[in-house]
Design a protein around this ligand. Sequence first.
Ligand SMILES: Nc1ncnc2c1ncn2[C@@H]1O[C@H](COP(=O)(O)OP(=O)(O)OP(=O)(O)O)[C@@H](O)[C@H]1O
Length: 214
Amino acid sequence: MTKLAYLHEPGVLQNLRCRFDINEIYTYTGGILIAINPFQRLPHLYENRVMEKYKGASVGELSPHPFAIADSAYRQMIKEQISQAILVSGESGAGKTESTKMLMQYLAFMGGRNNNTGERSVEQKVLESNPVLEAFGNAKTVRNNNSSRFGKFVEIQFDGRGRISGAAIRTYLLERSRVCQVSDPERNYHCFYMLCAAPPEVKVSLSFNNSHLV
Ligand SMILES: Nc1ncnc2c1ncn2[C@@H]1O[C@H](COP(=O)(O)OP(=O)(O)OP(=O)(O)O)[C@@H](O)[C@H]1O
């Protein structure tokens, strides 16, 4: 339970994070998963073989993990035929965006289709939408170098056999004032810096598209 207190004291977490076993960044309180931001990449926790392990395992059977939450929601949806929702909440920099990506990754793994047509599947499109949304809606703040300045509601639709059939992403409450007013040392939205750093041919093509839009 001490880990809970660290969630509200990011400074303390920074100082003590070396005490954490990297395999213990997740814990449960009842049916809620609490994530401690490790502030370091831990790819071995999220690879395919880990997703395989969580497939069909009930919550609590294996170590706490976002995959266990996603698996439970997925199974419940198939069993009860009722839509499920996963709420990801926390203060800025807590790891909501990263956790959401893991949940989406697991649902894409469970509900993905074998696609031999060469076309990009729905789940690929959903996962690939993240960098685009982040370019236009994320910015560096004092708390988080990649802070989402908007809310996001991701809906993934499944057919009767549990295969992904469609998806919708709704965004809301974008912090518009950031476009014209940024307080130092924060930054504007990533897309502006990407545009400045882009090679000349990309800039030409963007301004071409823009003039058509206008
Ligand atoms: N599970 C994780 N593994 C590794 N790094 C992580 C993890 N979760 C978060 N981080 C690190 O912490 C940073 C902040 O996380 P994230 O952007 O997900 O926070 P957030 O809660 O969405 O913040 P905000 O509300 O400001 O958008 C990430 O850019 C990443 O570097």
